[in-house]
Design a protein around this ligand. Structure first.
Ligand code: ARG
Ligand code: ZN
Ligand code: CA
Length: 242
């Protein structure tokens, strides 16, 4: 490709109530957040007292709203078994999943904000899923997940990023410039919060791949950027998006 990678986004909206049938403006506000967060243009990028400011990354990937598909349903919750991605189970099949990011908006249930498929899986289920209330920054977007960071986090997974704590106590996220964390952080941890894992590093709770509230997360690291770019490289699992 010549120039920046630009990812077309197809929103697949499954709604039972009119509140779940979120507006084009709310969907566009999610695209706007992705464009800010993946290009170091988020207004909180320069938050004071960030001990990890030297490894902050401008990932440099753009997103464009390609199309919105809407479907009325009688389901109150969809779970995490990909039912929303199949017409046979009342969902919406993905549009051109090898060249477009499919982004399903539906009520998952069980307190789950969103989930994503990592690179290398079936194209029939490829993409990200998020609850309408945790999408974008306007309309029904609900505090403390009202700044579109669920989308940033899930798209991070879709681009091959792991949770910063490595999904186990003092686990490994396969990125060398992110510190070892005990586990997920919730809310907004205090400045100076440390891990009790080996070396007791300051935790990078401000990373999009933690579970911090939306207002407390504002960066990817350079190591995460490398992992993302490898995913889209000519030999990477998402080379078809180039
Ligand atoms: N997969 C995570 C969950 O469902 C998403 C966490 C998003 N975090 C956020 N601050 N928006 O819980
Ligand atoms: Zn996650
Ligand atoms: Ca690490």
């Amino acid at each position: 490709v010549n120039g920046v990678l630009e990812i077309p986004v197809v929103f697949n909206v499954l709604y039972r109530t009119s509140a779940e049938n979120i507006s084009q403006a709310q969907l566009q506000s999610q695209i706007d957040v992705l464009n800010k967060d993946f290009n170091a243009q988020n207004s909180d990028y320069n938050t004071a007292n960030n001990p990890y400011s030297s490894v902050r990354a401008n990932v440099g990937i753009r997103f464009v709203l390609d199309r919105v598909i809407r479907k009325s349903t009688t389901k109150t919750s969809w779970g995490t078994n990909d039912a929303m991605k199949k017409t046979s189970t009342g969902g919406i099949a993905p549009t051109s999943p090898t060249t477009k990011l499919n982004y399903w908006i539906c009520t998952i249930g069980g307190g789950i904000l969103g989930y994503a498929q990592f690179p290398g899986g079936s194209s029939a289920t490829d993409g990200v899923v998020a609850d309408s209330r945790y999408t974008g920054t306007t309309g029904t977007a609900t505090y403390p997940f009202n700044l579109g960071r669920t989308g940033t986090h899930e798209v991070g997974h879709w681009m091959n990023l792991r949770h910063i704590w490595g999904d186990t106590t003092c686990g490994n996220d396969l990125v060398s410039d992110t510190p070892v964390h005990n586990t997920a952080n919730y809310g907004v941890p205090a400045v100076g919060h440390r891990s009790t894992c080996s070396g007791t590093p300051l935790e990078m709770y401000m990373n999009y791949m933690d579970y911090t509230d939306d207002r407390g997360m504002y960066m990817f690291s350079n190591g995460q950027k490398s992992r993302i770019l490898a995913t889209f490289s000519t030999s990477g699992p998402r080379a078809s998006f180039r």
